[in-house]
Every structure is written in structure tokens, then in C-alpha cells.
Design a protein around this ligand. Sequence first.
Ligand code: FES
Ligand code: FES
Length: 186
Amino acid sequence: MAPSHPSTHSAITLHINGEKYSLSVDHRTTLLDALRERLDLTGSKKGCDQGQCGACTVLVDGRRTVSCLQLAVAAEGREITTVEGLADGERLHPVQQAFLDLDGYQCGYCTPGQICSAVAVIEEHAAGWPSAATGDVRPEAGPPPLTAEEIRERMSGNLCRCGAYVSIVRAVARAAAEQSTTEAAA
Ligand code: FES
Ligand code: FES
């Protein structure tokens, strides 16, 4: 009798930007390839395909994830947000708007990953998470000021070959300031 081989494919359902997508994937398919090649969600970009550039960054359960290193099968049941899911209808997310207003890009290839990362950076900072640039990491010290140094450190997993960093830092700072003003007024 011929030996039976385990299937190399699984039927999975991914929750992306509030929608459910059912598909059959090879177990080795990365989340990035599933998004781009199978679901036509091409906003997330493939830069290095080995976890070094951040171009493929998406949010998984609100946390930043390099989707080229995440298997699609492991993302089943998680809430995935890609750059396509950030805007509210025709209204851009404040981070998107800040990148647009302040020229936070040149070629734009790294931009979707930069924007997804920045959305999470602002949340992480507001929640009091320290970074390697934070001087006083005691919980009672509260969130450090979101200085350019803090932003650069927190965004350091996202590379920009064009070198648009100066504008990216300004855009993240403006979006963070807007968010804290909105939250203070609420
Ligand atoms: S493509 Fe995923 S980190 Fe570069
Ligand atoms: S804008 Fe070109 S790589 Fe960042």
C-alpha cells in the first residue's frame, strides 16, 4: 500500500480589515504572500522577505507584525489590519493624512509599512511602553515625551531607502499630537 502523505494545504479563514476571507493555502505560505498573491491586498509591500525592512508590516491583534515572517495558517482567527483597512471610508487615518501633508515618503514603497508601524507606535507610546531610547523606564514615570529620538527608535524596524526619515518623524509626531489632543477632549 502506498504510504499516505499528510496534506500540504489547509483551508483557513482570515479576518482582514473587518472582512472574512476563506482560502486554501500551502502551509508554507506567508501572511504577506496570502495578502498580496491570493487576496489582492497589495498595499503591504515585499522588500526583503526576511524580516529586515518592515515594508510588509501589518497589525495583528493591534500589534506590529512583519507579515513576511508570519505563516498565514498561524494568522487564522486573529484580527489583521493592513494599510487598506486604516481609512474611515473616504477619510484617511490621521497617520496617513500626516504622511501626505508632510511628505513622509518619496517613492512610497516603504510607506504602507511605515504607516502601519506608526499607528502601533502611537498606541504603544500612549500605553506607556518604553523604548530603548527611554531614559526613565519605571512604570510610575509614565510615557516619556515622544521626542524625535523616541520616534526614530520606535520606528527603527522600518527602513526607507529614499531616506525620507526627517519627514516621517515629523508626520508621526503630528499624528501622535493630534491623537492625544482628541483623547484629552473626549
Ligand atoms: S518584506 Fe518583510 S520585513 Fe522586509
Ligand atoms: S519612500 Fe522610498 S523607500 Fe521609503
